[in-house]
Design a protein around this ligand. Sequence first.
Ligand SMILES: [Zn+2]
Ligand SMILES: [Zn+2]
Length: 255
Amino acid sequence: MKVIVLGSSGSVGAPDNPASGYLILPDRGTGVLMDIGPGVLAQLQRFHGPNEAHVVFSHLHADHCLDFPSLMVWRRYHPESPASGRNLCFGPAATFEHLGRLSSDVAGEVDDMSDTFAFSPWQAHREEIVGSLNITPFPVIHPVETYALRVQDPRSGKVIAYSGDSSFTSELVACARDADLFLCEATWGVSSEGKAPNMHLSGAEAGRIAQEAGAKRLLLVHIPPWGDPQGALEAARAEFDGPVEVSAAGMEIHV
Ligand SMILES: [Zn+2]
Ligand SMILES: [Zn+2]
């Protein structure tokens, strides 16, 4: 299994890094796109047929979902290869309505996208089969319904965990338990001290969670253009014994 970082800039896109989007490619079978923030669909075209990927959401903040209506245009109206069937889409309970409003031509109405996606809401801790991958959502702390996602390739047993957006919670430790790779947000840089509560993590907290979880490798994500990647990296390294890197668009990691 491998993950390709399509975009990992926090809160908004950066000049060289779109907002959140991670393509997981199993050893065999269909890819799964985790989040599709602004700019992600353009990057997806480099690596994978946009119509082929299943889509899963950590949450529905704009920086994690705003390219979904453009994906609808691709799936329905591509002149040579529109989507021929329905793909899977998992997310918070409001996913169908929230994204349907974004995709509607008429203010206040909901575009019924069930012609091209089968929508299902996450249930906390209930594992779902998404193509050839198994994905378990862990409820985390953020101002809207949000899940950290634990992705397992049942053939190899390998695990990629993704924090979504969250402040510190033991759910993140459970999600990343013994993961081969942990994508963890580090929005706040060195420390969360003095920052808005119940929103995000620092590099130090990302490192602490990875250490407690026994994760094998840590990739810091969701650092905003105004953030402190070097500070987050050093703070994470002070807490975590394993390898740590700051993510960048186009990065491919095999597990
Ligand atoms: Zn975000
Ligand atoms: Zn968010």
